[in-house]
Ligand binder design. Structure first.
Ligand code: ADP
Ligand code: MG
Length: 325
């Protein structure tokens, strides 16, 4: 007999250990009840993954469970918020217990790593889609917005850019099931510790979901500034690691799904502060400078500076838009 909705929740998503400080009531009632800590603001974000749009059909369920939470924790990290709770709205074509077991394993693998607690959700039938709302806390006034970048600030990114994009290309071609690139695409590590360390230091921050050229523009627009980035400085893939058909710099600028942080630091940042950020186990690379002149520019290997046209992934963007660029 197929599992009822309630048995399904009980078996795969309810955990007796589902207690967390500041959680008055978790899964099982009409709402969860939170007692946000005094002096802290709640940071709330939602991300949805839809089969065929955000992941390929037949993606393994464990990676999917992990990634659907990872992309949300990445948003909290970009605000400097500490992740605490999440809800899960799951739409399933059918009840497949092997799939559910693997999905919940991947989900809780990451939830446990950061002590984030599943406090509720919704379960419905339909085309596979996973929607998570994650909540975090940040001391009043300490959240890092997109709007604080100022001319003279340095622009920095964490990790390696383009690795997940290469992973996606390989997954589409069914290559190298075990490669580092595919892992970066399927199981991106949200940069939670880095986000926390950037509180009080970064002037602006965003997580890279759609590609650097696209996401950095959001900081520039929100902050009413421009920027030049140095193509040589980008932590792109080594040409030997990338496929011959892929330009590592192009990939670093336009590929989505890296979930690294892109942030700005004031020119007065000290060597000690940078060294502190670099103790967190993820590379931090300066890639350019915020300028007062609007627009995004790329300094090329020959020293010339060109306007950067390339953009990342955008939903609802048509081919006609491309031709009009
Ligand atoms: P209601 O019909 O009142 O919205 P539901 O029957 O949808 O409540 O859910 C019952 C309880 O189970 C609620 O506490 C809800 O938050 C929780 N829940 C439902 N689906 C999930 C899920 N996929 N993961 C975690 N909790 C869930
Ligand atoms: Mg419901």
């Amino acid at each position: 007999m197929p599992l009822s909705e309630f048995d399904l929740i009980q078996r795969y998503f309810f955990r007796s250990s589902s207690e967390s400080a500041n959680l008055a009531l978790g899964i099982g009632d009409d709402c969860a009840l939170l007692d946000p800590p005094a002096g802290q603001q709640l940071a709330i974000t939602t991300d949805t993954l839809v089969e065929g749009v955000h992941f390929l059909p037949d993606t393994d369920a464990q990676s999917l469970g992990y990634k659907s939470l990872a992309v949300n924790l990445s948003d909290l990290a970009a605000m400097g918020a500490a992740p605490r709770w999440f809800t899960l709205a799951l739409t399933l074509p059918k009840v497949d217990e092997d799939w559910l077991a693997a999905f919940s394993r991947g989900l809780f693998e990451l939830a446990d790593q950061f002590s984030v607690c599943l406090i509720g959700g919704d379960t419905t039938q339909g085309p596979l889609s996973i929607s998570i709302t994650a909540m975090g806390t940040v001391p009043q006034g300490d959240a890092i917005n997109r709007s604080g970048a100022r001319p003279g600030d340095g622009i920095y990114v964490s990790g390696c850019l383009g690795l997940a994009g290469l992973g996606l290309q390989r997954a589409q071609r069914d290559q190298d099931a075990d490669s580092e690139a595919l892992r970066a695409f399927l199981k991106p590590e949200p940069r939670v510790e880095l986000g926390l360390a950037l509180r009080g230091l970064a002037t602006a921050c965003i997580d890279l979901s759609d590609g650097l050229a696209s996401d950095l523009r959001h900081i520039l627009t929100a902050s009413s500034v421009g920027a030049t980035i140095d193509g040589d400085a980008l932590p792109a893939l080594q040409p030997s690691a990338a496929d011959a058909t892929v330009d590592p710099v192009e990939l670093a600028l336009t590929a989505g799904d890296d979930y690294e942080l892109c942030f700005t630091l004031p020119a007065a940042v000290t060597v000690g502060q940078l060294a502190q950020l670099r103790t967190l186990g993820v590379p931090v690379t300066r890639i350019g400078t915020i300028e007062s002149e609007p627009g995004l520019r790329l300094k090329q290997a020959d020293g010339s500076v060109v306007p950067l046209k390339s953009r990342g992934y955008e939903h609802f963007r048509s081919r006609t838009d491309d031709n009009n660029q």
